[in-house]
Design a protein around this ligand. Sequence first.
Ligand SMILES: NC(=O)c1ccc[n+]([C@@H]2O[C@H](COP(=O)([O-])OP(=O)(O)OC[C@H]3O[C@@H](n4cnc5c(N)ncnc54)[C@H](O)[C@@H]3O)[C@@H](O)[C@H]2O)c1
Length: 311
Amino acid sequence: MQTCLVTGAAGFVGSHLSEQLIARGHRVIGVDAFIPYYPRALKEQNLAGLRQSAGFTFHEVDLRSGDLAPLLAEADVVFHLAAQAGLVRSWSEFDSYMTCNIQATQRLLEAVTQSPVRHFLHISTSSVYGRFATGDETAPLAPISPYGITKLAAEHLVQAYAANYGLPATILRLFSVYGPRQRPDMGYNIFIRAFLEGRTITVDGDGTDSRSNTYVRDCAEGLILAFEQPERSVGETFNIGGGQEVNVNQVLAILEELTGKPAQIVHGPARAGDQRRTVADIGKAQRLLGYMPQTTIVDGLAAQLAWQRGQ
Ligand SMILES: NC(=O)c1ccc[n+]([C@@H]2O[C@H](COP(=O)([O-])OP(=O)(O)OC[C@H]3O[C@@H](n4cnc5c(N)ncnc54)[C@H](O)[C@@H]3O)[C@@H](O)[C@H]2O)c1
C-alpha cells in the first residue's frame, strides 16, 4: 500500500485514477482547486464516490498559491494531473493556462524536492507533438496551440528538476481520453448531448480528423502500470493512447447506431490549434510496462452515452 497524491483529483481523469488506485488498496490524497473552466457541481459529482471511501482524503488547494509541503509530507508518489485543459480557450484565456500549467507545476516540483516523494508521474498530452501526433516518443515536439506550449513547458520543468535534483520522474502523454465524466467541452460529450437533445451537431472541418481515443479506464491503468513499475518507468516518457484510430464521421455513425437517431450535421471551419491526426504509438508502453488498452470505441462510447443519459 502506498500513499498517492493526485492533483486534479476532482477532474475527469483524476477522479477515475483515484478510484482505481483505491480499488488496488492504495491511499489517495486528492487535491483540486475547482478551477471554473467547467462547473464545480460536475466536479463534485466526480468526487462523490471517492468521498465515501476510507482511503481517500481531499484538500481544496490551488497549486499556484497554497502551502504544498503539508500535502506532500505523507506522500510516496505524486500523480500530477491538475492543469487547465482544452485547447480552444487557451487562445483567449492564456493567463490561466500559463499559471495553472507552468507556474503551478514549478511550485509543486519545488515542494516535491523538499519532500519524501519517491516518484513524480507527470501527466502530459499528445498536443506537445503538434498537428500530427503519429510517431513514437522521439517524434519532434512542435505544439500548435498555447495549451500544447504550456504543457510542453511543464514537461521541460519536470526534466530540469530530474536533471538537477535527481527527481525520479516519468512523463505520460495522454491521447484524447473519453468515457463517463468526460469534460463538457470535449467533442464526444458535445456530440452525445446534441444527440440526446435532438440538436444539430457542428463538425469542425470535414469530419476526417482522426484520433486514437483512449477509454478513461485504460488510460488510468496505463498511469498505474507506470507507478507500479518505477524500475522501468523512472526517467522515461510514454505515450498512453487507445489502440483504435477513428475519425469524427465514424464516431457520429457509431452514435447513430447506439442512439437509434440520425445525426443532424453541419460543417464549420477547422478550429485554430486543432490536431489533424493522432495515432498513439504505444509500442514503448506495451514493451516496458505491459500496457494494453482493452476497450473498443463502440463499448467506450456506449458507456459514455449511458452516463450522459443518467445526467
Ligand atoms: N482529457 C483528455 O483527453 C486529456 C488528453 C491529454 C492530456 N490530458 C491531461 O490530463 C490531465 C487531466 O485532464 P482532464 O481532462 O481530467 O481535465 P479536468 O479539467 O477534468 O481536470 C483537471 C483538474 O485540475 C484542476 N486544477 C487546474 N488547475 C489547478 C490548480 N492551479 N490547482 C489545483 N487544481 C487545479 C481543475 O480544477 C480540474 O478539476 C491534464 O493535465 C490534461 O492536460 C487530458
